[in-house]
Design a protein around this ligand. Structure first.
Ligand SMILES: Cc1ncc(COP(=O)(O)O)c(C=O)c1O
Length: 416
């Protein structure tokens, strides 16, 4: 159920008026619903209950400490892709033995940090990375637990920038070379071979690619399970799609479970999952205020105070986000919703029929909880938006709006 609904013609986040929040906190403003985060987490955990998966929340989708903590309190772990994300996960209270570390370019410093924290396992993306983890672990007198990320060459049917499990992508070790990579891992003193990992891409709207990928990695998993005593984990990644528009059906967790559970049952390994967007996507909106309405001979532009530095998904992925008025109206207009940044790529919607708004009105950009604030930048020296979390009628500012002072902090002017 959506956490963002109209009451008396005004958009609410759970029990709180979005209009009031925008007046109190200013705009642009990210608003997150705590109950939606928890509902999504529980829906996935319930559908997958027969294999009792470890759910490592992909904190790249939304790494606010309050969001991570909300999910950790439900039992979630964390899927991290940098030393910074590992630090965040630990700050939010995720136990180290519920953290997995992915990414193609882990530095020695990041590996050392993860080894010191004694995380659950690294998901390893190449042979040189295996050797580096082994070397660092040996030098520190520790053991690096590893799950090799196998690239099953399955098409997830998503945007080319977010497709990761095809042969041409930079991620993981090709299935044909995976056996050799495991042999290399088994020869290293500093390593323990803990499992196999895959992640196909995102957002994936059908369970079929997951089922196909499982069929492909099954023989390898079976032989590793037979031959390697420590090989116990199969992490099937994230990527579960959500609905970004009323006519788009989300990937239903029950359909997903029905497609993957038979193979997972047969394998009898401990199952891990790394959902990000599925949990956070529709838990967040970005609220923005209309600054100007500009009619040029060809087009109408609604110029708002949110920009591509706040939400990059539309220009980066051609992503669709529903945009609704905070105060409901019957009138509509046709045109673009754009930000103030000096780029033609600075748009939130192009050539769309949307509810009519006037200068000063508030609009809400929906489905902005995943890959929204986390991709925000300071381009055009714009401070990043504030983030608030709502729970029922309670509100907490979970990240302060950046000030102009924040924006120049750390910069130096050379004496010369
Ligand atoms: C390795 C890995 N796991 C999980 C995810 C999370 O994907 P999503 O947010 O679509 O669930 C990603 C996304 O890039 C990823 O690269």
């Amino acid at each position: 159920m959506s956490a963002f609904t109209y009451r008396g013609g005004v958009l609410h986040a759970e029990d709180v008026s979005v209009e009031t929040l925008a007046e109190e906190q200013g705009t642009p403003l990210y608003i997150y619903s705590r109950s939606h985060l928890i509902e999504q987490y529980k829906a996935l955990a319930a559908a997958m209950k027969p294999v009792k998966p470890s759910i490592y929340f992909a904190i790249k989708s939304n790494s606010n400490l309050a969001v991570i903590r909300t999910l950790a309190d439900q039992g979630a772990g964390a899927d991290v892709v940098s030393g910074g994300e590992l630090y965040r996960a630990r700050q939010a209270g995720v136990p180290a033995d519920r953290i997995v570390f992915a990414g193609v370019g882990k530095t020695a410093e990041e590996i050392d940090y993860a080894l010191r924290e004694d995380i659950k396992f690294f998901t390893v993306e190449s042979e040189p990375e295996l050797e580096r983890i082994a070397g660092r672990a040996k030098a520190m007198g520790r053991i690096g637990r590893v799950a090799i990320r196998v690239n099953p060459d399955v098409d997830p049917h998503t945007h080319k920038y977010t497709s990761t499990g095809k042969a041409e992508n930079k991620f993981g070790v090709d299935l044909t070379r995976a056996e050799r990579a495991y042999e290399l891992a088994l020869r290293q003193d500093g390593l323990e071979v803990a499992g196999l990992h895959m992640h196909l891409g995102s957002p994936i709207m059908s369970p079929t690619p997951y089922a196909e990928a499982l069929e492909k990695v099954k023989p390898l998993c079976e032989s590793l399970k037979r031959e390697v005593e420590t090989f116990r984990h199969l992490d099937i990644g994230g990527g579960l799609g959500i609905s970004y528009s009323p006519d788009q059906a989300p990937l239903n967790p029950r359909d997903f479970a029905a497609a993957v559970l038979p193979a997972l049952h047969d394998l009898g390994l401990k199952v891990g999952m790394e959902p990000g967007r599925f949990i956070t996507g529709n838990a967040g909106i970005l609220v923005t205020r209309v600054q100007y309405i500009k009619d040029n001979p060809f087009k109408k532009f609604v110029i708002v105070d949110a920009a591509m530095n706040d939400l990059l998904r539309p220009p980066l992925y051609d992503a669709h986000h529903e945009i609704v008025p905070v105060r409901q109206t019957e009138e509509t207009f046709f045109g673009d919703v754009v930000g103030p940044i000096c780029e033609s790529g600075d748009f939130m919607a192009q050539g769309r029929e949307l509810s009519a708004v006037d200068q000063g009105d508030l609009m809400a950009i929906l489905s902005a909880g995943a890959y929204g604030f986390v991709m925000a930048s300071n381009y055009n020296t714009r401070g990043r938006a504030a983030e608030v979390m709502v729970s029922g009628d309670r509100v907490e500012v979970v990240r302060e709006r950046e000030t102009w002072e924040d924006l120049v902090r750390g910069e130096r002017m050379p004496e010369w």
